[in-house]
Design a protein around this ligand. Structure first.
Ligand code: ZN
Length: 301
């Protein structure tokens, strides 16, 4: 059996899957994170979750995969780059191994998303034999994970797949990471809405901007969506030029926008170093469950 835990800002979710070959959900449970009570409390919540899962399911784990916001630094073995800031600088893996008394395999949530969609979700259900899968999170932030032959490529610094802070265009302006013009400052939901506001003075939700664009009556909305698809293609072409994925799965709220799969893919085609583009772009299929399924898949062998 495979045990996975997905650590979110508001909830901690645990799952027990039958096996990697037959990933049926045997048991599933949620608990509030209560992150405002601090790091030690979160460790305790995880212990509580694992204990109650063991009791209720009648089985004990011999190792657990955990998906985290942020990345375990391979060198320091401490968590970094987490938007749940109380994790940053903490030796999260060794602390958990200490209190749970079993080995932990850890990966950030974008990597878990990519692994789950590759092994259980969109890639699997389309019957695609993919050597390289790039799982993208396009939402309030921009992240990603690289999966090669069903294995996450975490990388030397643990930032493998983190294309969100590659440089894209100066017009994106300053980014919280300290750079400017990052992919995230152009393609994320909030920054896309901000661009529309800069044209119109109006604050409109991205969903509505998409509808205004499709209705064909709002030139600012069309400019905003065209800018999004243009730069999506440009940004993803850089990734294609390096890892040349068989499949790109686009998750997150912005990833729902159909124009990414048409105009966005056409834009990528214009930018890549090849005459045609055979990379398959798919919507994810596991929804909110990708994180916890991917975490369980971390312990698949
Ligand atoms: Zn940045």
């Amino acid at each position: 059996m495979l045990w996975g835990i997905d650590l979110g800002g508001t909830k901690i979710e645990g799952v027990i899957l039958d096996s990697a070959e037959n990933p049926k959900v045997l048991f599933r449970k949620r608990m509030p994170t209560e992150q405002e009570q601090g790091y030690k409390h979160i460790l305790n919540q995880i212990l509580k979750l694992v204990t109650s899962m063991s009791e209720e399911a009648g089985v004990s784990p011999d190792k657990i995969g955990i998906g985290t916001p942020g990345t375990l630094d391979p060198k320091t073995q401490k968590l970094k780059n987490s938007n749940t800031t109380c994790y940053n600088g903490q030796p999260f893996k060794s602390d958990l191994e200490h209190i749970l008394k079993i080995p932990i395999v850890m990966a950030n949530d974008a990597n878990c998303f990519a692994l789950a969609e590759a092994k259980m979700g969109a890639v699997k259900s389309h019957g695609i034999k993919a050597e390289v899968v790039f799982g993208v999170i396009l939402g309030t932030g921009v992240g990603g994970g690289v999966v090669v032959n069903d294995k996450i490529i975490g990388g030397k610094h643990g930032i493998g797949g983190e294309w969100g802070h590659n440089h894209l265009d100066d017009s994106g302006g300053p980014c919280y990471c300290g750079q400017a013009g990052c992919v995230e400052t152009i393609l994320s939901g909030p920054f896309t809405q901000k661009y529309y506001t800069s044209l119109t003075g109006k604050e409109v939700h991205l969903k509505e901007i998409v509808e205004l664009h499709r209705a064909g009556m709002d030139t600012a909305a069309t400019k905003t969506i065209n800018r999004l698809t243009h730069y999506f293609g440009k940004a993803i072409s850089v990734v294609i030029g390096i890892i040349d994925p068989d499949v790109v799965v686009i998750g997150g709220g912005v990833g729902n926008i159909d124009e990414l799969y048409t105009d966005g893919v056409q834009s990528a085609k214009d930018f890549i170093f090849n005459d045609d583009l055979e990379t398959i772009f798919l919507k994810p299929e596991l929804g909110d469950s990708a994180g916890v399924f991917g975490a369980a898949m971390l312990v698949a062998d």
